[in-house]
Design a protein around this ligand. Structure first.
Ligand SMILES: NC(=O)c1ccc[n+]([C@@H]2O[C@H](COP(=O)([O-])OP(=O)(O)OC[C@H]3O[C@@H](n4cnc5c(N)ncnc54)[C@H](OP(=O)(O)O)[C@@H]3O)[C@@H](O)[C@H]2O)c1
Ligand SMILES: *[C@@H]1O[C@H](CO)[C@@H](O)[C@H](O)[C@H]1NC(C)=O
Length: 308
């Protein structure tokens, strides 16, 4: 009797894990991309913030070659124009842009977005954000620096999305519309010297869940979906790391991002190795994870030093 109970429980656990594992392999290795479902209406546009370098630029390029028109955002008009020239050589769509310093408050978002309000925006990639990795503890930063960090990572994407949402809802009457927020796995580690940055990214994760529920569980349901991307290390202008399996180039990451977007999950890691890391973090004791996070950040600082 006891014997068959143990067998039953064991078999159930193994079967559940096998299902989970095959679901994982399907998701990362076989599942076809859903990106085409956002190519509806006449001339669909993607809006990408922080699109002149790193992950944002790579995602914008990948979407442009897959027939989306672009609205790109940057802070330096000359660089934005250079990037537009570069992109235009690789596709035939339209590219528009706007300029705003995301780390500064006081933008009039409805005015910034006015030129695009007649366009069919079906995809928004809230990518702009980051952190100046200066190795300081929280109280060693000035009050102004901390306000900038929160504005850059949270308030800018929040207020931009607020200004876009009514329009996105009406576009979603004709087909699905997706708003992505680029998060960071620092949010599940809280590493030393990145406490506030990690917290700004945790804000985005909670925001996505709430916004998605607002859209679907209360009032008239719209066809606007929200996604939070769990991003681990990516080698970019902002984080110049040696490229490894755990730290892909921005170009490889941008492709993975576009391959997975619209996959139906609200929170996921576009990069398979980052997903494995998130799973490991979930099963280890917090104190072990904390020590791992602290040493991983030390390694990042050392890698940056080597590459200067
Ligand atoms: N790379 C990583 O390891 C990593 C890990 C986790 C999460 N992330 C997240 O991924 C996103 C992109 O990071 P990335 O590494 O690709 O960064 P990146 O290479 O530094 O590129 C950032 C982009 O944002 C723009 N930008 C930066 N500050 C801005 C400001 N104040 N106002 C307007 N635009 C600004 C940059 O413009 P310029 O071209 O003019 O500089 C560039 O287009 C961020 O949200 C970051 O937190 C990155
Ligand atoms: C947006 O899509 C709709 C439906 O396809 C179309 O009627 C409208 O002209 C499009 N708007 C623009 C600016 O392309």
């Amino acid at each position: 009797m006891l014997y068959s109970l143990v067998f039953l429980v064991g078999a159930t656990i193994i079967t559940a894990q096998a299902f989970r594992f095959s679901g994982f392999l399907w998701f990362y290795l076989l599942k076809p991309s859903s990106v085409k479902k956002y190519l509806h209406g006449i001339a669909p546009y993607v809006l990408v913030t922080g699109a002149t370098d790193g992950i944002g630029k790579a995602a914008a390029r990948e979407l442009f070659v897959r027939d989306f028109n672009l609205i790109i955002h940057g802070r330096n008009e000359e660089k934005v124009k250079r990037v537009i020239e570069e992109l235009k050589a690789q596709g035939s769509g339209d590219i528009q842009y706007f300029i705003a310093d995301a780390a500064k408050g006081g933008h009039d978002f409805s005015q910034l977005l006015q030129p695009f309000m007649d366009l069919n925006i079906t995809l928004v990639v809230n990518n702009v954000g980051g952190v100046h990795m200066n190795g300081k503890k929280m109280d060693a930063s000035s009050e102004a620096d901390l306000v900038e960090l929160v504005t850059w990572n949270d308030l800018f994407p929040l207020l931009l999305t607020r200004a876009l949402l009514p329009k996105l809802r009406s576009t979603s009457q004709r087909g699905p519309v997706l708003v992505q927020f680029v998060g960071s796995q620092s949010a599940i580690l809280g590493p030393p010297t990145l406490a506030v940055y990690a917290a700004t990214k945790a804000f985005l994760s909670t925001l996505v869940r709430g916004l998605d529920n607002e859209e679907h569980l209360w009032g008239a349901s719209s066809n606007v979906e929200f996604e939070h991307l769990a991003v681990g290390s990516v080698s970019s202008a902002g984080n110049p790391l040696t490229v490894t399996l755990a730290a892909p180039s921005a170009a490889s990451f941008g492709k993975a991002l576009v391959d997975r977007l619209g996959c139906g999950r609200r929170h996921y890691a576009p990069w398979m190795v980052h997903a494995i890391m998130e799973w490991v973090v979930g099963v280890l004791p917090e104190s072990v994870v904390d020590r791992f996070g602290a040493s991983a950040i030390r390694n990042v600082y050392e890698d940056h030093q080597k590459r200067i």
